[in-house]
Design a protein around this ligand. Structure first.
Ligand code: ADP
Ligand code: MG
Length: 361
């Protein structure tokens, strides 16, 4: 199965405006990867997916699938969608209203003139896997949104495509079903080795499903990496703030908050200054912050500061502790009942490597 390679891809709807839906995107999606395109609404994810599919032309750049150039803005090369070997499931899963669920699932196989016996076997298999067997004789209008979405997935999986393109495929499902379908997609990916490109604005979805995540913002690629890379080594503040829940604590280093805290952070990060970097902000993930009643015996490389707990928020099974370090509000999470209550004084600490520093905005 081929690698998909996007080179300097632009999508611009209005040539008179400097705003691009996708701006100079360079991205390689390796054979067998589960690549999630992650970013806020309007950042260009769907456009990117549609360009890979061949449903949208490129304003600039080129797309290769393996050795084959499938699209090039300058050379006039364009391979139509049906010749790209890709299966598509989009947010608005258009099922045929006049066909039963079974016939909808069978649709792609019939188009491809797959022999009847094989069609029946594959349709039965995917309907069973996705739990829609019992609706086989119903029509789409008789199913809920979530059930329809499963039919759309089944229809696409039945044809066994080399590359699956998914646009927010689980967005209409309730929480339980979404979780089940995530596990299902993960099984499908490992069972078939299919290359999957999945668009989502849901960081959870990307973190749990992807082998590689490409984070986008305002049409531009922010970072590509494994979920661990994105989470533990965010390339910039945008990525750091977009992944993680509750969100990462950010301390502005230019102004606001307490000068003492900023100074302590600077001292802790002086290695970064030695390299000449101007640190605009510092990030600390809530789950990396430890709290204690009194200073713990920590190594010199740990960051440790006094604080006052301002609130304890139970979330059911875990706790969020709000605290204040000389006017700077910080949050920590813990899976153990906190040793401190609102109003208590204590200390918080952060292990080496758990502090992130960012330049620019
Ligand atoms: P996402 O999927 O990340 O939410 P999209 O790729 O759908 O984002 O859209 C990216 C940008 O392109 C948005 O600002 C959107 O308004 C713009 N856009 C998308 N489709 C069109 C269109 N047909 N005409 C003009 N602008 C569009
Ligand atoms: Mg979209």
């Amino acid at each position: 199965m081929p690698t998909i390679k996007l080179t300097s891809v632009d999508k611009q709807y209005d040539k008179s405006s400097p705003v691009k839906a996708v701006d100079d995107l360079n991205l390689e999606i390796g054979d067998g990867e589960f690549m999630c395109l992650l970013g806020p609404s309007g950042c260009g994810k769907t456009n990117t997916l549609r360009m890979i599919a061949g449903l949208e032309n490129l304003s600039e750049g080129a797309i290769q699938v393996g050795e084959r150039l499938v699209d090039s803005a300058n050379d006039g090369v364009f391979v139509p969608p049906e010749k790209r070997g890709m299966g598509l499931v989009f947010q608005s899963y258009a099922l045929w209203p006049h066909l039963t669920i079974e016939r909808n699932t069978d649709f792609g196989l019939r188009l491809r003139k797959v022999p009847k016996a094989e069609r029946e076997e594959r349709v039965n298999h995917v309907m069973k896997t996705l739990g829609i067997e019992q609706y086989r004789d119903r029509y789409p209008s008789q199913l809920s949104g979530g059930q329809q979405q499963r039919v759309a997935l089944a229809r696409m999986l039945a044809v066994n495509p080399e590359v699956l393109l998914l646009d927010e495929p689980l967005s209409n499902l309730d929480a339980r079903l979404r979780l089940e379908m995530r596990a299902e997609l993960k099984r499908i990916h490992s069972a078939f080795g299919t290359t999957i490109v999945c668009v989502t604005h849901d960081q959870w979805e990307a973190m749990t499903l992807a082998t590689q995540i490409a984070v986008m913002n305002q049409g531009t690629l922010q970072q590509v990496g494994t979920p661990e890379d994105i989470y533990d080594r965010p390339a910039n503040r945008f990525v750091a703030e977009f992944v993680g829940s509750p969100p990462i604590n950010i301390v502005e280093m230019h102004d606001g908050g307490d000068a003492g805290l900023r100074q302590a952070l600077r001292a802790h990060l002086q290695g970064d200054y030695a390299h000449g970097a101007e640190i605009a902000s510092v990030g600390m993930r809530p789950e990396n912050i430890q709290i204690a009643a009194s200073p713990a015996a920590v190594s010199d490389s740990d960051f440790q500061r006094p604080m006052v707990v301002t609130a304890v928020l139970p979330t059911g099974g875990s706790w969020i502790v709000e605290m204040e370090d000389n006017g700077s509000q910080l949050f920590a999470t813990t899976n153990q009942p906190p040793v401190l209550n609102a109003g208590d004084k204590g200390v918080y600490s952060l292990a080496p490597g758990a502090m992130h520093s960012f330049d620019g905005k």
